[in-house]
Design a protein around this ligand. Structure first.
Ligand code: NCD
Length: 323
């Protein structure tokens, strides 16, 4: 059976693929965040809950991952599910013998109830979703999207700011290649009156096509290429890494690698008392470690932990265990 193109969720999570933030309404986002908040206390319980007992989740990762892979595995096990984990699918699955993505996915479908997949090719998660009937979650597809990262980013923002609308933020880094930023902009555009300053070297700006597409969603986007044009006292800064592996040559990467570093001095000049500092991680030098102890820095202390809660919520919703 061939599934349709990823559908708008509109309150119906059971059986859905999660491939793009474009599938969500503001209500859908709020629902996931509400369920995540409810499930959060389960994370530290001595015994796993039985919400997903009898279910098996496959993690199929063709690209490196620390947080996304482990937090999905942790979320699944915390809810009582089993996990089939393929962390290095390029070499550790039959893909290395020449098997197609579609055959691999069909195989894993016969052993599990949901597939979480990360892949270097944009759009590959749609291909996987088309090849099977069980839900597929996009855990990052090339330079395109990373929807579950956005859910945890929005959870972090909501918890810290108490709202998701009327916010001013700075999103900095490699916006042409970074998928977390693109999904995050989509997510924030679902809520009214948000303004985003997109800070990147000229060469790493969003493609013109992507910029038009995102601006058409009604969110105010202001592109800047120097820290000097950053607004003072923004609600949040969302820093991202320059995506080395997506550059054609080392020389091109070296030309931009040290642009835009979040230092205590930058924070002192432009951030306000309530500006929070976020980063999807991993960082590769773009946040000075001296910033880590700043109480406004949430990336290591809060943000990545939220990944488990939203992923617990999503698994339970897609498998129809919570409605
Ligand atoms: C991001 C990713 O894979 O896109 N990592 C993550 O999941 N937190 C960010 C990145 O690699 O820069």
């Amino acid at each position: 059976m061939i599934k349709k193109q990823a559908l708008t969720i509109s309150g119906k999570f059971k059986g859905q693929d999660i491939l793009s933030l474009d599938q969500f309404t503001a209500h859908d986002i709020q629902k996931v965040l509400r369920v995540a908040k409810k499930l959060k206390p389960l994370r530290t319980r001595a015994h796993p809950s039985k919400i997903l007992s009898g279910n098996i989740i496959t993690l199929l990762f063709y690209e490196p991952s620390s947080r996304t892979f482990s937090s999905f595995a942790s979320a699944a096990q915390q809810l009582g599910a089993g996990v089939v984990g393929i962390h290095d699918a390029k070499t550790a699955s039959s893909v290395a013998k020449g098997e197609s993505l579609s055959d691999t996915v069909k195989t894993l479908e016969s052993y599990s109830d949901l597939i979480v997949m990360r892949h270097p090719v944009a759009g590959s998660t749609q291909e996987a979703a088309d090849a099977c009937v069980i839900p597929v979650i996009n855990a990052g597809d090339g330079t395109r999207e990373h929807p579950t990262q956005t859910l945890l980013d929005l959870y972090t923002l909501l918890e810290s700011k108490g709202k998701l609308q009327s916010l001013t933020g700075v999103i900095a880094g490699d916006l042409v290649n970074g998928r977390t930023a693109k999904s995050f902009i989509r997510g924030l555009s679902l809520f009214k009156n948000n303004t985003l300053y997109l800070l990147s070297p000229v060469k790493l700006k969003l493609s013109r096509e992507e910029f038009k597409l995102l601006a058409a969603k009604g969110i105010k986007l202001v592109e800047i290429t120097t820290e000097k044009d950053m607004p003072k006292n923004a609600d949040f800064w969302y820093w991202t890494r320059i995506q080395k592996e997506r550059f054609a040559t080392e020389k091109e990467y070296n030309a931009v690698k040290n642009s835009l570093i979040l230092t205590p001095q930058l924070a002192k000049t432009y951030a306000g008392k309530k500006t929070i500092f976020m980063h999807p991680l991993p960082r590769t030098g773009e946040i000075d470690t001296a910033v880590d102890s700043d109480p406004r820095a949430l990336y290591l202390k809060v943000q990545m932990r939220n990944g488990v809660y939203v992923r617990m919520a999503l698994l339970a919703l897609l498998l129809g265990k919570i409605t």
